[in-house]
Ligand binder design. Structure first.
Ligand code: GAR
Length: 208
């Protein structure tokens, strides 16, 4: 049995997907770290009775100072892995060095294309034929760490941005928990999954 921490800033749909997938596993989510007071993720944690560590970044204190304090509180929850799930901050070396290779991130584009906070929009407007998501280890850069898995979906001609977002999120909810569990179970995720084009939710169809 292993424990993980999830870091989130937003609605928390990926956090929820992780919690759901973990119910069928021996592993557990020990704690949620959240940097926004009213984030949906906090409500999900409360419902699931998972402790929340609130972190407040501010201009008055350095990122390192804030994360050193977080690290002290986080150490109360011995975790094997940290999963960033819509955590919209670049972590400092303080946290990255404390969990070397053990912090994962989910990003809604096929990295190295479209890093940052607008991955979905930039992918959608790119004209690229292949779109998708990336799960990678976190290093010091912005969405630059070693890639563990990419889920690839084709562009659907005439699709709205909203429908594209639904497809991306469905893919994330399916692949991210699976990659986390695969790693906790001591296996290696498939680096590239090519997924179906004709439906919003039925992913994936084949591993390559
Ligand atoms: C997800 O689409 C995730 O890929 C993205 O934030 C969203 C969070 O959604 N992360 C990034 O863009 C990181 N650069 P959620 O709060 O519903 O899980």
């Amino acid at each position: 049995m292993a424990s993980i921490a999830v870091f989130a800033s937003g609605g928390g749909s990926n956090f929820r997907a992780i919690l759901t997938a973990f119910q069928q596993s021996p592993h557990r989510v020990a704690v949620l770290v959240c940097d926004r007071k009213n984030a949906g993720a906090v409500e999900i944690a409360r419902e699931a009775e998972i402790p929340v560590l609130a972190i407040r970044y501010s201009k008055e204190r350095s990122r390192e100072e804030i994360e050193r304090e977080l690290l002290t509180r986080l150490k109360e929850y011995p975790v094997e892995l940290i999963a960033l799930a819509g955590f919209m901050r670049l972590l400092s070396p303080v946290l990255i060095d404390a969990y070397p290779g053990r912090i994962l991130n989910l990003h809604p584009s096929l990295l190295p294309k479209y890093p940052g906070t607008k991955g979905i929009e930039e992918s959608y407007y790119s004209g690229d034929a292949e779109l998708g998501i990336t799960i990678h280890q976190v290093d010091y850069g912005l969405d630059t760490g070693p890639i563990l898995q990419q889920g690839v979906i084709p562009r659907i001609s005439g699709e709205s941005l909203k429908d594209f977002e639904v497809r991306i999120h469905a893919l994330e909810h399916r692949l991210y928990p699976d990659v986390i569990l695969t790693i906790l179970n001591g296996r290696r995720p498939s680096p590239r999954l090519v997924c179906a084009s004709d439906t919003h939710v039925d992913y994936p169809t084949n591993a390559t």
